[in-house]
Ligand binder design. Sequence first.
Ligand code: CDP
Ligand code: MG
Length: 697
Amino acid sequence: MAQGELKSSVLNRKRNPKSPVASRSSKKQKIAEHRKSLPIASEEERLIEAVQKNDILIIVGETGSGKTTQLPQFLFNAGFCREGKMVGITQPRRIAALTIAKRVAEECDVPLGQKVGYSVRFDDTTSSSTRLKYMTDGFLLREALVDRLLSRYSVIIIDEAHERTVHTDVLLALLKKVQRERSEIGGVLRGCQGRKVSPLKLIIMSASLDARVFCDYYGGAKDFRVEGRQFDVDMFYTVHPETDYVDAALNTIFQIHSEEEEGDILVFLTGQEEIESVERLVQEKLQHLPEDERKLLPLAIFSALPSEQQMRVFAPAPIGFRKVVLATNIAETSITIPGIRYVVDSGVVKARTYDPNKGMETLDVVPVSKAQAIQRSGRAGRDGYGKSFHLYPERDFWKLEDSTKPEIKRCNLSNVILQLKALGIDDILGFDFIDKPSRSAIVKALAELHLLGALTDDCKLAKPAGEQMARLPLEPVYSRALILANQFNCLEEMLIIVAMLSVESIFYDPRQKREESCFLFIFGQARTSRNHFVSVEGDHLTYLSVYRELDEFLEERKAEKSEAKVEKIMRKWCKVNFVNSRSLKHARDIYRQIRGNVEQMGFNVSSCGNDMLEYRRCIAASFFLKAAQRQMDGTYRALESGEIVHIHPSSVLFRSKPECVIFDELMQTSQKYINNLTRIDPLWLAELAPHHYKTEE
Ligand code: CDP
Ligand code: MG
């Protein structure tokens, strides 16, 4: 691949030259030097001038040039945060918002949550003194529900716009409208909290070369290029297609480790479960190597990773060690990890696809686009000359799509449409999207929201149900489940289930890589251990008993222990029970947050105790659109779409095959699987969702 002109002849990178306890002043000095060395550093004046002159600015620059960490600080210094105003920076991923805010707080030498803070769903560190606010695009959209004009912000930066997440796309349109309204209102009216409304500056930042689409969308807005630093990267491909990219990735990691010179490895995989399994496999394999070849340190980075573990990937490896960072596509552009010289590209990514005709959304592992593959290999050329290993033949590279389709064209729109309705935007078909979703997808989402009781017959926001659903930071179907659970007196149980369904892989098995190998899971210790939680009624209730049992276990020990000790006890409990402690910790955080949300809405959190019948009926009433019925041949038919599906082998109902189930997840691998199930009585559907099911169905 022809990369920029900059070539490094010698890679002279010292590893961890000082002891980890570097003095505060030398750390400050190091940070100052690092900031000065970034390509964007010399552009400060020109950039500020461009922002002052243009209400909309499109900034394009190579990943790692310093856009995300530096520009907000430049704006602060130039006075854009006077009179309590804020600069808001959106990220498509929560983990990027978190890690970058932490970094910027460190650069500013302030505690996180003061001048610099982040806000993501279920985690908000900002305070009244926050001036630089990093957040997810979804969070800003939600903020607009309370403050339509986003009047606290003087500048809003939509970062990573090329990712084209559905929230970014909606924001691009919404902010255009907000900007117009704010300049029309000028200083005459006041914002929601009595603040003076000033004009809004809008900055769109993108790593890809395709900035034209944004310039055109904003009527010929000015673009500003920040030159990056990119060294040559040699690309390698496999001769034949690989049947198992996880195995291939593992072999490549060890090949690089034994044959290549120093430098860290970045491996692109698809998700938490896969990353954790590779992490364990690397550890296992290392045990079989001679002592002096074991100096390889696997580190994971994916969105749901607890925040204290996220920062570990940025720290240099201990002397003599090589880091191998196992990442999702988050490391493509959102975050830059120093020290990477080798990239391993699985060639796949987990992506949402939605079929509006069937009303089915699936999370599938699909090939990356050419742009993604090129971006991935570029990650090896940040610090010097690098190598990227693609686990597919070169001829397959040329067959890839050029770029990824915007998410808005391949997802269920019910969530964003509900938000738009709550923002008072009623004409969804006429809304000024940068890329319009298909009419059928919009119509389907409106119909679904109507079925869920969020919209009235004439497609207006229903009160109070629609308003409540829009306020909760959940997919509409989960929000509705909480509202219904309040009526069924099992809100506490539903809060737990919604939290548990919001995280990936509650149980783990060291050998579990694919659904085929899940059969292994049923044997041995893991089975005995999981059996202990299993509910014959299904996965939802199994998760409930995991959550409750840990709660009881911790409750007994909490009194005499510190928080750190409790955490340690929790990890031990999880290990013994083959439960993923990262996931469970995340679920407990989510539970606390959404419990707070519903209490704020005036709900009284009651429990149905051991009355699981009422609880299962509530599940049926809430998720009636996701019911499947067993057929003569043992397969299932999803009632809404008519799709033929199979119970996933990791479900606790895999063997018992009840007549009728509610499912949470539908995925397509070698075949269509449903997972996270609860056994229900089919007659409940007609009783509890009579507007959708008739008894004979
Ligand atoms: O946004 P852009 O890709 O242009 O760059 P950035 O995210 O502002 O990152 C600039 C530099 O800061 C990179 O060299 C990163 O390695 C470094 N950085 C870091 O060391 N730790 C972080 N948590 C974030 C960024
Ligand atoms: Mg960036």
